[in-house]
Every structure is written in structure tokens, then in C-alpha cells.
Ligand binder design. Structure first.
Ligand code: GP9
Ligand code: MN
Length: 419
């Protein structure tokens, strides 16, 4: 545990901010309904296919006066896919560069969001209609302090109402409402959707928009399943209202990771009307939607600063009015200005307000122009690689996060103690 002082110092000086947030406590004592939307990427938001809106409900949320929509929010997952996104958002630590931390370090000591909310008398649960041991969730959920996991056996799953790994999203939400009604409030509940998962299957009857037409059936079929999830979430909002659970809750919706890999770049460039998908475009395609919907708030807007999954835990804690002062987090609260200023990917690439650093190239984030490549100068204005400074910080940060996980360092910390 002798790396801890250095890590704490880094978090204190490089990550943490003392800025007061106007949103601190804005959702105090409310239930949290967190929807992890399988494979939903931001490029479908306010976009069309075959002349039709892809996500009419999510688009309406972008405009909604009770919703904060983060348009430059990035997933930061690696091989652990959904589980990595769960790990990031609930721990504000990075996943590992290989394998899934849910599997390799499922018995570590954590200081995760469910555990912290538990201490504030929240009842914490996950609802996901798949086998409980998938991604080693049953074990990891214990380690991060969940009270209950409603898995496959909590649902009535038939041949008709399921596809791929489990229930389709519409019956999933329908069948989940009774559990929400039964549990004690306030609750923190995570819903993990499933239908919009590779290979994006959906019967003809359930398609309400037509597939795209390209050489990639994966991309083609992605649109109808994204629309299906959009409709399922819309129905769920209504079900929450009908059940009297809407007003005293906040609803958070987040895409867990990309659905369309770079293997489909050709089809993707056709869809986006671009000549090619450059490394810069590829990074920009790692944006996933992040919505914070606070019924009655009235002050919702589109938030444009760079943000990521690492920021979710501190943001939610702040909204709920919980300080967690001694926590070790690598993310920032998203409702303050004084933030780290960059979002790191697991491979060392990053996005800052000004730059995108990927594949050894430093791009201007706003324009997508490459401004520095390896050691070679691309423009006369940039004498030194403007991406180097942050790159070093990113590497340090990823290393510290790894130290915590590999060394199971939270064993050595009493987070309740005054520091
Ligand atoms: C499986 C679901 C999908 O339970 O969460 O997992 P993924 O393949 O996206 O990681
Ligand atoms: Mn997933």
C-alpha cells in the first residue's frame, strides 16, 4: 500500500476541485433510476435513417426543460464492455487494459457508489435479465455493495419475449415495475438493457423503422434496434409516472459503449456521408449519450464540455447531496467548471477541450485538423506537440488506477476516518 500517499496527492492536486456546485443536492433524497442503454452511441441522437428519426424519444429529452444532455460524453471501456462501463461509472476508476476487472478483481475491496448510497439508507439494486454470473456480476455486485440483483430468474422469459441473451427491452421494463414498486425508497436502481446488442436482431413485426442499406448488415440492423430501445425507454417513463415513481426520482440514461466497431468503418462513412473515418472520427464516434433527467428541475440544457463515464460517480453523489470527501476518484463533478480538462481512454489516447490525441497524432478537437504528428511538425504555428503535456498526466493516472486495482489498495484505507 505504499503507493497510496502518491495516489492521494495526485487526486488532490490534479483531479479534485473545491469549486462549489450549484447542483449540489439538486436531487437530494430522490430515487435514482439509472438506465444503462446497451450499445447506444451519440451519433444516432438527432439523426435520421432513410429520412426517419432514429431516437424520437431521446431527441425529445434533449429539448426537455428537466433534462441535462451531455453531447460530448465518451465511453471509456475496454475488453470488459458493459462490465467496464459499470465499473467506471460506479467507482470512478479505470477498467484494465486487458481482460475485465469484473472477472479478474471481483473480490477486491471497493468504495463504490452502491456502497456509499447504502450508507445513506438507499436500497441499491440491479435489474438485468441475463444469467447472474455473466461478467461475474453476482460476485462483483457483492463487492461493490449492491443489496440485490434481479437477474434472469426474476423475469418471465419466453421464446416470444426474448432475443439473444434475454428479455427484450419492452417486456423487461414492463416486468420490472413491480419490483420498483415493492422496494423501499429512496432507492438506487440500475437497469441494463439488452436488445440493442450485436448482432442487432429484431423481428420484422417489431421493427418500426427500416434498416440502413450498406455492405454492413451490422450497421444496417443497428438502427431498428436502437429505435426499439428508444421506444422501450419512452414506455418506461410512462410506466414510472403511472406507478407514482416519476416525480420523486431522477432518471439517468447512459450508453454503455460503442455498438458499431471500426470493422464497419466503410459502411459508417457511407452513413455519415464522409469520405473515410479518420482516427479523429473514430475517437469522436466513442461518444455515448448521457442524460440526467430531474423532473421539475426546469433548468435543463445541453452541456458541451468534454465528459466521460469516469465522471458519473462524483456527479451523482453531488446531485444527491453526498460529499464523500475522502473518496479516491479520477473523475469530476460535471456541473462545475473547474475540471481536469481531459477524458482519458484506456489505451492512453485522450480528448481535451482543445485536442484529440490518438494514433500518435494531435488533432484540433473543434475542427478535426491534425496539428502535430509524431515528431513531425504539421503546421508552422505548433513548434512542440501540444498533446504531450496531458499525455503524461493521462499515463500517470491510468497507472495509479491500475495500482489500486492490482494492489487491492482500498483494503488499506478507512474512508470514514477524518484525513
Ligand atoms: C450481457 C450484457 C451485454 O449481460 O450486459 O454485455 P456486453 O457484451 O455488451 O458486454
Ligand atoms: Mn454492453
Amino acid at each position: 500500500g505504499n503507493e497510496l500517499p502518491e495516489i492521494k496527492d495526485f487526486v488532490k492536486t490534479e483531479v479534485k476541485s473545491n469549486e462549489k456546485s450549484e447542483m449540489f443536492g439538486a436531487a437530494e433524497d430522490r430515487n435514482v433510476i439509472f438506465i444503462s442503454a446497451e450499445s447506444v452511441q451519440s451519433f444516432v441522437i438527432n439523426n435520421e435513417v432513410n429520412g426517419e428519426e432514429i431516437t424520437p424519444f431521446l431527441n425529445s429529452l434533449v429539448e426537455d426543460k428537466d433534462t441535462y444532455y451531455f453531447e460530448n460524453f465518451y465511453h471509456q471501456t475496454q475488453q470488459g464492455k458493459t462490465s467496464d462501463s459499470e465499473f467506471l461509472t460506479e467507482n470512478s476508476l479505470y477498467p484494465l487494459s486487458r481482460g475485465a476487472v469484473f472477472f479478474t478483481h471481483g473480490q477486491n475491496e471497493y468504495h463504490a457508489l452502491p456502497e456509499l448510497l447504502n450508507q445513506e439508507d438507499y436500497y441499491t439494486s440491479v435489474l438485468h435479465s441475463n444469467n447472474k454470473s455473466f461478467w461475474n456480476r453476482d460476485q462483483m455486485y457483492n463487492s461493490i455493495g449492491y443489496d440485490h440483483f434481479y437477474g434472469e430468474e426474476a423475469y418471465e422469459v419466453t421464446k416470444e419475449n426474448s432475443i439473444g441473451w434475454g428479455l427484450k427491452d419492452k417486456p423487461f421494463f414492463e416486468q420490472s415495475i413491480k419490483y420498483l414498486q415493492a422496494i423501499e425508497q429512496p432507492f438506487y436502481t440500475k437497469f441494463i438493457t439488452l436488445t440493442n446488442h450485436f448482432p442487432f436482431e429484431l423481428s420484422e413485426e417489431e421493427r418500426t423503422i427500416e434498416p440502413f442499406n450498406s455492405n454492413s448488415s451490422t450497421l444496417n440492423n443497428y438502427f431498428p434496434t436502437v429505435r426499439y430501445t428508444d421506444e422501450a425507454i419512452e414506455q418506461f417513463f410512462q410506466q414510472l409516472k403511472d406507478a407514482g415513481l416519476y416525480e420523486n426520482s431522477i432518471i439517468v440514461i447512459m450508453g454503455d459503449h460503442y455498438g458499431i466497431s471500426e470493422n464497419h468503418n466503410k459502411a459508417m462513412s457511407q452513413y455519415l456521408g464522409k469520405e473515410e473515418i479518420t482516427p479523429y472520427d473514430h475517437v469522436q464516434l466513442q461518444r455515448v449519450p448521457f442524460f440526467v433527467h430531474i423532473p421539475g428541475n426546469g433548468d435543463g440544457k445541453v452541456m458541451s464540455k468534454v465528459a466521460g463515464q469516469i465522471d458519473v460517480k462524483p456527479t451523482l453523489l453531488s446531485l444527491l447531496g453526498i460529499k464523500a470527501e475522502n473518496d479516491i476518484q479520477f473523475g469530476n463533478r460535471l456541473f462545475i467548471d473547474d475540471r481536469k480538462g481531459y477524458i482519458a481512454f484506456r489505451n492512453g489516447d485522450y480528448i481535451s477541450q482543445k485536442h484529440v490525441s490518438t494514433s500518435g497524432i494531435c488533432y484540433n478537437r473543434e475542427t478535426g485538423e491534425p496539428i502535430y504528428q509524431d515528431e513531425e511538425e504539421l503546421t508552422s504555428t505548433e513548434k512542440e506537440n501540444p498533446c504531450t503535456d496531458i499525455k503524461n498526466k493521462v499515463e500517470k493516472e491510468l497507472g495509479y488506477s491500475d495500482d489500486i486495482i492490482y494492489g487491492d489498495l482500498f483494503r488499506f484505507i478507512n474512508f470514514d476516518e477524518k484525513q
